[in-house]
Design a protein around this ligand. Structure first.
Ligand code: G
Ligand code: G
Ligand code: MN
Ligand code: NA
Length: 254
């Protein structure tokens, strides 16, 4: 209950911040994008990670209002990096199931892009299979309206949910993100390697890109590159960093 009360005032008290984890393009070795990850700087507690509060935000519906803030903040950051001369770094934000179902995603994104004067092509959404599969008609309508804005759409944690391949074909999806569960033992478990390879092949056949998350070693990265995965994200590249530290890393990498 204390947690819920504290969380309710966190947005107005400006206690949320976004950290950014790089995504490396395996063809060029460049950091082509980042994933924005929510952090709560809770007074007297320090930095709190999403696992401790996102489920409660989802249950209470707070995630809709905070989700709108996250989209605005990500666009503000894209504009700030642009002003500093980095104009080609894509920023992905996570969208929760409830935000997708109940929020006005298109309105929020349209407003944030306009307010900050951001190129829509630099904004990407990460949606989970469960968010997409709950209501087919609603999903297709929302996804089409989002694509019309010019933003990109990825399916997060791919392979652990229950998306039907028939639906996948009909959704305007740009990218699949292979779940960490298949990446963790990819160099030692032939089944996991086979699943990752199958996801990569299927994605490319459907003209989608593929990223693997949770990459923690050079060997995992090398195997994914051999299998023609497009991008990798994980501790082997870097953890999520505050905006200024992330920018230093990007500039060193260019
Ligand atoms: O940053 P961390 O690895 O602790 O994130 C853990 C989980 O929290 C991830 O699954 C991620 O999708 C979720 N998460 C992180 N940031 C956000 C956010 O901004 N919005 C939503 N809805 N979920 C987030
Ligand atoms: O959106 P999603 O829940 O997938 O968010 C990414 C989560 O994965 C974050 O909580 C982040 O801290 C975590 N993460 C990112 N890279 C790695 C990694 O290389 N290994 C592990 N175990 N977790 C990671
Ligand atoms: Mn994600
Ligand atoms: Na994920």
């Amino acid at each position: 209950l204390d947690l819920e009360l504290a969380l309710r005032s966190a947005l107005d008290e400006r206690q949320f911040e976004l950290h950014y984890q790089p995504k490396m393009d395996l063809n060029t070795g460049r950091i082509g994008g980042v994933e924005a990850l929510l952090r709560w700087r809770r007074p007297a507690f320090g930095l709190v990670y999403p696992a401790e509060f996102v489920p409660l935000m989802e249950d209470t519906g707070m995630v809709v209002r905070v989700g709108s803030w996250i989209i605005d903040e990500a666009c503000r950051q894209i504009a700030a990096w642009s002003a500093d001369g980095v104009r080609d770094l894509r920023v992905a934000v996570n969208v929760s199931s409830r935000q997708f179902a109940e929020g006005d995603l298109e309105g929020d994104i349209r407003a944030a892009l306009a307010r900050h004067g951001v190129d829509p092509g630099l904004l990407e959404l990460e949606l989970t299979e469960s968010a997409l599969m709950s209501n087919f008609e609603h999903t297709i309508e929302v996804l089409e309206s989002l694509k019309a804005l010019g933003i990109r759409i990825a399916i997060d944690d791919f392979g652990t949910g229950y998306s039907s391949l028939a639906y996948l074909k009909r959704f305007p999806i740009d990218k699949l993100k292979i779940d960490i569960a298949f990446v963790r033992d990819i160099t030692t478990n032939p089944d996991d390697a086979a699943i990752a390879l199958a996801i990569i092949s299927m994605a490319h056949s459907l003209h989608m890109q593929v990223i693997a998350e949770g990459v923690e070693s050079r060997a995992q990265m090398a195997l994914l590159r051999r299998h023609r995965c497009d991008e990798v994200q994980g501790f082997h590249i870097a953890r999520a960093l505050p905006a200024d530290e992330l920018m230093r890393l990007v500039l060193e990498n260019r």
